[in-house]
Design a protein around this ligand. Structure first.
Ligand code: ZN
Length: 177
């Protein structure tokens, strides 16, 4: 297990479309474990491979409360949204790659996702609420899309300017929630 460094915006890797994995083998399984360790340490509730500089389609999530007795990690490779609800919902989103900035984002309230699990088995997951939002946020990362790309240009530019300024001043910690 290893902690991986989390890239922050504006990093071109975060804007790059990730490649599918051929199969979930030992190497991808190890990547999933390293990503989970990195996500829990941050702390965060989701992490996509491009955020740690790996351009493949792997995401991990755990929306259980931090103080929950049991962790409930999800490991997904090649996730595909195969259904979305008609109904939308707005959640205040944050991102480990955009530290300390939050914004309301409107997305479908429910989704169904097809993916390969850690044993290379094809599975489907239907989600609503925070899990649905989190799945869409992480799958967006695989397309090079950040939550700030789904808000108004005015808000986005304000957040990105602040991030750039913080980076120039070298005040950005490498692990931020
Ligand atoms: Zn994110």
């Amino acid at each position: 297990m290893a902690l991986l460094p989390i890239l922050t915006a504006p990093d071109p890797i975060l804007k790059t479309v990730a490649e599918p994995v051929k199969a979930v083998d030992e190497r991808v399984r190890q990547q999933m474990e390293d990503m989970l360790e990195t996500m829990y340490a941050a702390p965060g509730i989701g992490l996509a491979a491009p955020q740690v500089g790996i351009l493949n389609r792997v995401i991990v999530l755990d929306i259980a409360k931090e103080d929950a007795a049991e962790k409930s990690p999800l490991r997904l490779a090649n996730p595909e949204i195969i259904w979305i609800s008609d109904e939308d919902v707005s959640y205040e989103e944050g991102c480990l790659s955009i530290p300390e900035h939050y914004s309301e984002v409107v997305r479908p309230a429910g989704v169904k996702v097809r993916y390969l699990d850690e044993n290379n088995q094809s599975r489907e997951l239907e989600a609503e609420g925070l899990l649905a939002t989190c799945l869409q946020h992480e799958i967006d990362h695989l397309e090079g899309i950040l939550f700030v790309d789904r808000i108004t240009a005015l808000k986005r530019n304000m957040i990105l300017r602040k991030l750039l300024k913080a980076r120039k001043q070298h005040t950005l910690p490498s692990y931020a929630a």
